[in-house]
Design a protein around this ligand. Sequence first.
Ligand code: AMP
Ligand code: GLY
Length: 421
Amino acid sequence: MNILIIGSGGREHTLAWKISQSSRVKKIYCAPGNGGISQVAQCVPIEATDIPALINFAREKKIAFTVVGPEAPLAAGIVDEFGKENLKIFGPTKVAAELETSKVFAKKMMRKYGIPTGEGEIFARPQEAIAYIREKGPPLVVKADGLAAGKGVIVCRTVEEAEEAVNLIMVKKAFGEAGNLVIVEEYLQGEEASFIALTNGDTIVPLIPSQDHKPIYDGDKGPNTGGMGAYAPARLVSPEMTAEVMEKIFVPTVKGMKEEGRKFQGILYAGLMLTSDGPKVLEFNVRLGDPETQAILPLLESDLIELLESCLTEDLSQVTLQWNPGTAVCVVITSGGYPGKYQTGKEIYGLEELAEEEDVIVFHAGTTLEGGKVVTAGGRVLGVTGRGSDIREAIEKTYQAVKKISFQDMYYRKDIGAKAL
Ligand code: AMP
Ligand code: GLY
């Protein structure tokens, strides 16, 4: 069968790498892809949100199954549009994707269905948000309702910071319409974990839990990024906790979405804070995490395409996944300056040597090919994943590999996975 993957980051390279191992797959296309994806798939220059062009392409190339990486095409209704054309695709419809695209919708769902989350209020007027902030006092978290490229959540240590955040989002409209509504939420303390599951809208199959590292500097300091590294399975998460997360969070969410007439079929990701009061939802995403995917899929031994296809046709309660019993660590290498301004077009050295290593995989995020050379083309450039029998070995293999890579002004965190030691 022919497969189409949509997206161009490290997550999509991981999907292409994993799917290319399926004996059922003949050819993989990726729109638009990147320099590394072109090693395992044919990249086609169609933007991830150009739905009419993607539909034409899928028809023309007889694509049997389309896998969507990022949220933007899902938010734009790609699943609805492919469905109208009888093209098989895996993901939530536009109204189901609101779990990610509207934090206000997600908050209301959680309240209505008793899903544990931080206490918070929704505001349409900045003065009312500010009055609430003064009443509650810091620390607080101010969140823009809509998609804001990962920048719409501001953790505030003082009343002034929180007022400034409301101003930025609602008055200055830093994220446009995404800031028409805000949520002011209590600050939750604990360790974060990413839970990702597949669902057909009725039954749910959890993947192994993972942990992301969002801030740019070691020790979780500095501004948040898209994610500087991840490891799986997450420390601190026992089988009992996974069962609790399924029972208290995933089951009522999936059931609630069905009751709301927004049956959720696809990948459901809950970003959780593991508080002393139990796990609480910080956010939902309706897609795989990036870079969590780069740590999770290298441990999955089951056939991914078979699994995704069964989500469209079968009762998932019978599906069991096979996992490598070890640990995987992914370290993200960025362009210097990221998440602020950075330069691109720097040649990357050391990749050929690493291609030979069995337990190390270099996933490309922001790269492109220029005259046979791999050069940087984004903020997050590469995700280097190492597998080991335990976290210590996985960290060691990963960092040994990272040290073999070089490009001008490259940067990476030195402590990915260290929390799990
Ligand atoms: P989100 O995009 O909602 O996951 O938020 C980005 C980051 O902000 C999370 O990964 C947390 O580190 C932090 N965050 C969000 N909500 C809260 C909260 N209620 N309490 C503490 N930290 C939070
Ligand atoms: N790594 C966080 C995310 O994918 O949203």
